[in-house]
Design a protein around this ligand. Structure first.
Ligand SMILES: Cc1cc2nc3c(=O)[nH]c(=O)nc-3n(C[C@H](O)[C@H](O)[C@H](O)COP(=O)(O)O)c2cc1C
Length: 347
């Protein structure tokens, strides 16, 4: 199946505008998930291996998830779950709807199996995302919801903006990802800084602790942090009790061909693999098992997924790999992990 995608479907799709293709895929997924027979067929074809893991108190059927940004509006969770994922991270959702950055804002670097995006949190806003997700409940796998801030909200007002979004989305997520690492929202990454991060996360944790079901949080970090910033983030996570997602896209262009270096945005895919792995390994070494960690960046096959699990990730997430290798990548990764006999105790 993966072979068919690479030889046929990808060739066709890659002749078209990347954002147009993504929108069409999401539209098809939305339509398909409302037809039970199609859902059942997709599920049958994906037929995911069972590799159960429990992380942050949540039971996952396998450790391979969809990374944030693919389903920004939380509208295709049922279809996406059918592809075999162990969990889905939806969003990034902001409080109010916003159009994102001007187009073009999504680019494929085919020769490097990479993507540059400067989407800028284009999304329908928390209320509509919540309504869409409510209609799809129950989703058969755990759902994480990534929250971010509106572009017109200042850094000083960010804690309130994130908290309001969280309050709307809270009933629909099993965990929440706090996105402070997108390079496409002005100054967003400054929220990594120790005290700022504390002021951002504290109200959200307080809110969650007052709810009937206390749900876990993860902060998604950038791969471009200085060691001291990473140390501060890890210490804060251990102190406050949230997990980490390493990593988001990079602003570095060191490993892409010259002509792409002036393109602004976040780089993902193959060239991110090594950098995000280095940050993941450093994060795991600093965390010393005190907090759960997810790995994201450059997973294209079973081997690159296993690599992250061995470096200390409890769960992994995929985005660019899906674009280049197709939807059956999830099955391919799970088959590989299964054959390898992956078990969390076998790190
Ligand atoms: C087009 C695109 C949009 C993205 N949007 C988001 C987003 O809204 N929130 C987020 O946390 N990460 C976002 N990401 C980052 C991915 O979730 C992922 O962390 C990153 O792409 C690295 O993984 P990959 O190499 O498997 O793509 C986006 C990535 C891409 C390619």
């Amino acid at each position: 199946m993966g072979f068919l995608y690479r030889k046929l479907v990808r060739r066709l799709l890659f002749n078209l505008n990347p954002e147009l293709v993504h929108d069409a895929v999401m539209k098809a997924a939305r339509g398909a998930q409302s037809v039970p027979l199609v859902n059942a067929l997709v599920g049958l074809m994906a037929n995911p291996r069972s590799i159960p893991v429990t992380v942050a108190g949540i039971k996952f059927r396998n450790p391979v998830g969809l990374a944030a940004g693919f389903d920004k509006n939380c509208e295709a969770a049922r279809f996406l779950a059918g592809l075999g994922f162990g969990f889905l991270e939806l969003g990034t959702v902001t409080l109010r709807p916003q159009p994102g950055n001007p187009k073009p804002r999504l680019f494929r670097i085919r020769e490097s199996k990479a993507i540059i995006n400067r989407m800028g949190f284009n999304n329908v806003g928390a209320w509509q995302a919540a309504r869409s997700l409510e209609r799809l409940m129950p989703v058969p796998v755990p759902v994480g919801i990534s929250v971010g801030k509106n572009a017109d909200c200042s850094i000083e007002d960010a804690p309130k903006n994130y908290l309001e979004t969280l309050k709307i989305m809270y009933p629909f997520g099993d965990y929440f990802a706090v996105n402070v690492s997108s390079p496409n929202t002005l100054q967003l990454r400054s929220l990594h800084a120790g005290e700022r991060l504390r002021r951002l996360v504290e109200p959200m944790l307080d809110f969650a602790s007052g709810q009937k079901r206390v749900k876990p949080f993860f902060v998604k970090i950038a791969p471009d942090l200085e060691q001291s910033e990473l140390e501060a983030a890890v210490e804060l996570s251990a102190e406050m009790g949230f997990g980490l997602i390493a990593t988001n896209t990079t602003v570095s262009r060191a490993s892409v061909p010259e002509r792409w270096r002036t393109y602004e945005g976040g780089l993902s895919g193959r060239p991110l693999r090594q950098l995000s792995n280095e940050v993941l390994a450093r994060t795991a070494a600093l965390a010393k098992g005190r907090v759960p960690i997810m790995g994201s960046g450059g997973i294209f096959d079973g081997e690159s997924a296993l690599e992250k699990l061995r470096l200390g990730a409890d769960l992994v997430q995929v985005y660019s790999g899906l674009v280049y290798e197709g939807p059956f990548l999830v099955k391919e990764i799970l088959d590989y992990l299964y054959r390898f006999g992956w078990h969390p105790a076998r790190r």
